[in-house]
Write a protein that binds this ligand. Sequence first.
Ligand SMILES: *Cc1c(COP(=O)(O)O)cnc(C)c1O
Length: 389
Amino acid sequence: MRTPTFDIYSVKTPCYVTEEEYLSRNADILCSVSKRTGCKILLAQKAFSMYSAYPLLKDRLDGTAASGLFEARLGHEKFGGETHVYSPAYSAEQMEELARYADHFVFNSIRQYDMFKNALSGKECGVRINPRFSTQKGHEIYDPCAKGSRLGQTLPSFEKEAALYGLEGISGLHFHTLCEQNSDALKLTAEEVERQFGGFLEKMSWINFGGGHHITREDYDIETLCRVIEHFRNKYSLTVYLEPGEAVALNAGFLVTTVLDVIDGGTDGEYDKAITDMSAACHAPDVLEMPYRPVLLENGAKPAGAAGEKNYTYTLGGPTCLAGDVTGDYSFDRPLKAGDRLVFCDMAIYSMCKNNTFNGMPLPSIYLARDGRAKEVKSFGYEDFLSRL
Ligand SMILES: *Cc1c(COP(=O)(O)O)cnc(C)c1O
């Protein structure tokens, strides 16, 4: 279990703190996969775009993956290496500028490629395919293979447009179907992609396996991942790309919050409530969207329990007006009081890049920790709220 190395009372709350050491350990693991297999690994910036930490990553990753113009520009200017972009559809107004930053374009259909191909000479162009082969249950919102998905072309659609427009100039295929998964799911998906699209793979020079590979998780099976990559490399002479987001900054950061007040739960069996200066809705939206219950460290050291497991149970919630702005029920060895600090784990990913100022909530400051000290990289104020409205 990764715990904060810095003094949790030394920071202003709420704040996100990314630990250089933990990020670096993740980068080492990813780098060992690319060294071993010859694949290329890109940071999917939508999960983690804390660019002050990019210098730590760029020597071990090959570049970035962007979801559109702004991320492509960020990757190009702050990270370097290769800049890949995928969007369900590109807008004509943005294409010229986008072409200044990105070198690899992934289109959602052959038709989209055909629309823009004349503006993209010298670029690597690929098409996202969708094998409609789902290896996850629940979380439909995060399943690109869910029924009716608009993300990537199914085989019948791909074949139809290939006949209509041809495949000239298309040098790669891209699939992204996984979410927080192990390599057994990748293996099954890759076999299905091969079964459906194998004939087209012969004509390509690269394939992108997307993200969702939890490569830096303790129980991740790296051997199987490497075998899948090597199979595509050897059989089709393809350069294989991976573009993990989560895996890059998995368990590399924390969200530190202060308890503002504790409210008695009354007599009807409800838990006491603790209000924190962190809001799930504003500062960790995936807690409500996914939804999931983040691991919480009592005093930054040991994990809090489930409701009722330890002596003092609280429903933790944020300072907004949203009734559902509840992070979860947690139990502690000691009673909570105003001023106590709590630490939520694994908060570097899908947090900073996804937060908002609903209710006029202040945005958490951003810190980078090194050698046991947390240094503030950025803090936000009223101006940041004002400038968006
Ligand atoms: C979200 C996404 C990723 C990154 O996914 P993680 O689950 O964070 O690894 C990569 N590629 C595409 C196309 C995505 O949509």
